[in-house]
Write a protein that binds this ligand. Structure first.
Ligand code: ADP
Length: 260
């Protein structure tokens, strides 16, 4: 089950990332193919450049088709931000997350008066999964992951990790583990796509890049504190939203005294 679970998570992660890359790639290919066409038009049968140009054009065409496929695939993973109760989401996810490792205890400490956030449900589930899987990997001999939620009011100076933080109400999510921790040079690179210390075939280096991207899309912030041999804590901030969890479906309007 866990292998399946991880596979689905990885595919989803790759899909989101591939979508972003494919989009930029497609723009570049438009330039490459466009100019190839232009030069090819001026190269007649006797031109020695005609054959290599034809090969370039054909490869460009294949590449364009490939990026189109990638785009189509990642569109399925398009995000739909909605007003969410993060506690409910954590509560549901924890049941699944408890399956990540035998000697790993996953505990949730939830603020009963938590404000709502606005985010894509699937994306936040993915964020939780990626963080907890990483915590598990950092605790080969077992340990504890604590997921905590809290509504906090932050001023501009309360978040040294990002001097551009807008003051206001935030929903803070922390994911703390009692694992191996990381050195400063590793810590500095963890949000980069494809950065991994897990070795070839084990890590993709996409997990935290996806988490970082999701936080950006939710208008939030992320930071990490880590100590070698002690553990790691990821802190995520989502702007608090003062709306109900889901817009209630509007009651059909009945006009008084109507004859319809
Ligand atoms: P991957 O898990 O495929 O390596 P990630 O982007 O999720 O990719 O993580 C990048 C790297 O960050 C990991 O290889 C690991 O070195 C480090 N890392 C992430 N989370 C933790 C954690 N909870 N404890 C220690 N190191 C971590």
């Amino acid at each position: 089950l866990e292998a399946q679970f991880q596979q689905a998570a990885k595919m989803e992660a790759v899909g989101r990332l591939a979508g972003g890359i494919a989009h930029d790639f497609n723009n570049l290919l438009t330039v490459i193919n466009g100019f190839s066409d232009l030069v090819l038009r001026d190269a007649d049968e006797t031109d020695p450049h005609r054959l290599p140009l034809t090969e370039i054009r054909a490869a460009g065409e294949r590449a364009a088709r490939l990026t189109q496929q990638l785009l189509a695939y990642s569109r399925k993973a398009m995000i739909e931000p909605k007003v969410l109760d993060l506690n409910a989401l954590v509560g549901e996810s924890v049941k699944l997350l408890r399956l990540v490792g035998e000697d790993v205890i996953v505990a949730a400490v939830l603020d009963p008066a938590l404000a709502r956030i606005r985010a894509d449900r699937g994306q936040i589930e993915q964020v939780l999964l990626n963080l907890v899987v990483n915590a598990r990997d950092a605790m080969p001999n077992g340990g504890r992951v604590t997921i905590e939620t809290r509504t906090v009011a932050l001023g501009a100076d309360d978040w040294p990790d990002d001097p551009d933080l807008k003051p206001g109400q935030y929903v803070r999510l922390t994911v703390a583990d009692t694992g191996a921790g990381m050195t400063e040079p590793v810590r500095a690179k963890i949000f980069e796509p494809f950065f991994t210390t897990k070795g070839v075939g084990k890590g993709t280096g996409l997990g935290l890049a996806v988490v970082h991207g999701a936080m950006k899309q939710s208008g939030g912030y992320i930071s990490v504190a880590s100590e070698v041999g002690v553990g790691t804590t990821f802190t995520l901030l989502f702007p608090a939203v003062s709306a109900p969890p889901e817009p209630a479906p509007e009651a059909p309007h009945l006009s008084a005294g109507g004859t319809e």
